[in-house]
Design a protein around this ligand. Sequence first.
Ligand SMILES: Cc1cc2nc3c(=O)[nH]c(=O)nc-3n(C[C@H](O)[C@H](O)[C@H](O)COP(=O)(O)OP(=O)(O)OC[C@H]3O[C@@H](n4cnc5c(N)ncnc54)[C@H](O)[C@@H]3O)c2cc1C
Length: 380
Amino acid sequence: MTPFSEEHELFRQTVRRFVEEEINPHADAWEEAGIFPAHALFKKLGDLGALGLTYPEEYGGMGLDYWYSVVFAEELGRADCNGVPMAIAVQTDMCTPALAEFGSHELKKRFLEPAVKGDAVGAIAVSEPDAGSDVAAIRTRAERDGDDWVVTGQKLYITNGTQADWVCTLVRTQADAGYRGMSLIVVPTGVPGFGVSRKLRKLGNYSSDTAELTFDAVRVPVANTIGEPGKGFYLQMQQFQRERLVASVMAYSQCEKAVRMTIEYLRSREAFGKPLLANQAVQFRLAELLTEIELLKRLTHHCVEQMLGGADVTRLASMAKLKAGRLARDVMDSCLQYYGGMGYMQETLISRMYRDARLISIGGGADEVMLGIIAKLEGM
Ligand SMILES: Cc1cc2nc3c(=O)[nH]c(=O)nc-3n(C[C@H](O)[C@H](O)[C@H](O)COP(=O)(O)OP(=O)(O)OC[C@H]3O[C@@H](n4cnc5c(N)ncnc54)[C@H](O)[C@@H]3O)c2cc1C
């Protein structure tokens, strides 16, 4: 049975149109430019209500069920580049979930509401030059001075980093306390001491800007802390579940698009006197991949159902994210192979999809980090 009602499907049509009219026609230019106009695009999405689907109306949200977010991510996954969908997902599922759930009313009014309305661009800053997979090793520190935190350190690979108006930042607020000494703080980017030190060049996802950020004695009110000081690691681990879920949804959607696109290409491309698609070996490989994509979709939907039922989905979301990364690599590699020389050309969409998809096994927790979580939860 489908989890989607008629209303969900109507919303799907709206998002599909948005992708076709507002993203796809610009995808090539934004990829070439290495950035997309986040403020302009987010405003349009905010006007649609798409940036706060599940958030309370009090903060500009739509107060809808999470299946709307699944529809949104599925349709974004069909875009002609992954950089823009990823940047949108940062706003909806990576830098705002903890703020929405644990932030004070004032903090949500100042930062969540503008993000939901598309008036502000957000980013999430966890990774650092010396701490990626090992989140507990972060060094960016916030020292208390009266009613302020003074934040000093560096964050690396931050999506939306050059355009963000505020950054949900994981910092160390207590030295030598390991993961118990961290806090999540909202840092506005216009404050003295905050800087974008570098815009990074990447293998893929060109349309998304990725930056290195510097915090040089940045003063932020202690009131900008999300939840209790010292609980940042736990809040971020919870926030990661949303990030991993949305990554899995976008991944199965991208994979499905790649396979269906490849089938159409192979139907018209002839070799040895017949369409390439007429080869049983090709058919079987694509059929196998569609089967795996269906499995990932079902696992992800099961995870959403469990989450809506109030369960802790850390194990399932980690499994879905792990499978998403591995399957996307497999799918894009096979599809590119079947496009032949054409697949190796920049102008062919599959080459972009191949490059973009490689990130899924690294970002938001690498495959090995997912395996570590699963093994730990299985008591190994
Ligand atoms: C394009 C892009 C966008 C990103 N956006 C953001 C963002 O917006 N915000 C943010 O905070 N971060 C972001 N990241 C960072 C991303 O989350 C990290 O790159 C990722 O968590 C891995 O950390 P690392 O790069 O430091 O790899 P490392 O921690 O150095 O690990 C390197 C590799 O070692 C392996 N490995 C790690 N741990 C283990 C283990 N226990 N056992 C076995 N093998 C292991 C994995 O294969 C891993 O890929 C982004 C990264 C990229 C590339």
